[in-house]
Design a protein around this ligand. Structure first.
Ligand SMILES: [Zn+2]
Length: 357
């Protein structure tokens, strides 16, 4: 270790310090408004999940963390640091159908007697979690085979997915929320908005008078929130498969456009740091999707390919270890190209190939 840092390093340090200060100030502002970020551990690649404690009446928790002893232990410690116990929670709001967000909900509900609120459309999924997860896996399996992922890879991924299932747990929604409705607390009103894309059930809570949004995974600063291909809510595996493929990225872009048009000064996401520049972040995401779609168009123009072949060209071995994630990425962008009419899709022997027009 020798020599003075280059100018570029000093600039990078300044930028990082500024970003950290803004992040601290944003969390302090949320805390002054009674909203406290509790980062709960998960076994997933994404790392910790942000639950939010709203110190109001009723005492409210937004998302629970996954169903694990470690998550419960850390949640209890985080609540205790603010002078609360699990038993004090009066309202638990679930933002979407991913197990890192709702896995502990059933245990918290049983111990506290809290009302459990979630978007009305996702309530049957949460209540029937075990069977619903099984249907999701079936849907994913058929989609992967149809798009050229080798059967042995599909088998391994199913086993991995089944192994994670116990981090979720079925929970009864006692207070279904309609899109556009409000949740009234003593000191604030939260507007409930359905913003599907990352998952079919993404729900954000907006405090319009404070220009604040609890966004869960609808918008995350450090990662582009994957629009995962998912079985539509309420569809059996059969009908989900026979119908048109869900267009998760197009749905997601539509949702992001609605959020971009909103006047917000603080967005509190489900993972990572708070967001104070949501318009710039959303525009950056739109540029990323355009670049990716353009790159995929070049690959398809060179020769017709399956979605899995495109994923292999784009990400190499990650397209095998993370086959479903990368398939979702490819199909999302392929949907943009199909919409623009620059490619067409055709099925040969049960596998879909994309060809440039
Ligand atoms: Zn999620």
């Amino acid at each position: 270790m020798s020599g003075a840092p280059a100018d570029g390093d000093a600039g990078a340090t300044d930028a990082r310090e500024l970003a950290e200060r803004l992040q601290r100030e944003a969390l302090e502002r949320a805390a002054r408004e009674g909203i406290h970020c509790l980062a709960i551990p998960t076994p997933f690649m994404v790392g910790r999940v942000n639950a939010y404690l709203i110190e109001d009446e009723p005492l409210t928790l937004v998302d629970s963390g996954p169903n694990s002893a470690k998550a419960l232990d850390e949640l209890e410690q985080a609540l205790a640091a603010r002078g609360h116990r699990v038993e004090d929670i009066e309202l638990l709001v679930i933002t979407h159908q991913h197990i890192d967000h709702f896995g502990l909900a059933a245990i918290l509900q049983r111990r506290s007697g809290a009302q459990v609120a979630a978007l009305d459309e996702v309530a049957p999924f949460l209540a029937g979690y075990g069977q619903e997860a099984e249907l999701d896996d079936l849907f994913a399996e058929r989609l992967m085979l149809r798009h050229g992922i080798p059967p042995e890879v599909v088998t391994v991924l199913r086993a991995v997915s089944a192994g994670f299932r116990a981090w979720g747990s079925a929970v009864e929604v006692t207070r279904p929320l309609a899109d556009g409705s409000t949740v009234e607390l003593r000191d604030r009103t939260l507007r409930v908005l359905h913003r599907p894309g990352h998952s079919p059930s993404d729900t954000v809570l907006v405090d319009e008078s404070r220009s604040m949004m609890l966004a869960a995974d609808h918008l995350i600063a450090h990662i582009s929130s994957n629009p995962l291909l998912a079985r539509p809510l309420g569809a059996s595996s059969e009908t989900a498969y026979d119908g048109p493929r869900p267009q998760a990225l197009l749905t997601y872009i539509d949702s992001l456009e609605k959020t971009r048009a909103m006047d917000l000064t603080l967005v509190l996401p489900g993972h990572g740091r708070p967001i104070t520049d949501h318009v710039a972040l959303i525009e950056e995401r739109f540029r990323l999707h355009e670049r990716r779609a353009a790159r995929m168009l070049r690959l398809i123009a060179a020769q017709p390919r399956t979605a899995h072949e495109i994923a292999l060209e784009m990400w190499g071995n990650v397209a095998v270890t993370q086959a479903y994630l990368t398939l979702s990425e490819v199909l999302g962008h392929v949907d943009l190209l199909l919409r623009d009419g620059t490619i067409v899709e055709a099925e040969r022997e049960g596998v879909v190939h994309f060809t440039a027009v």
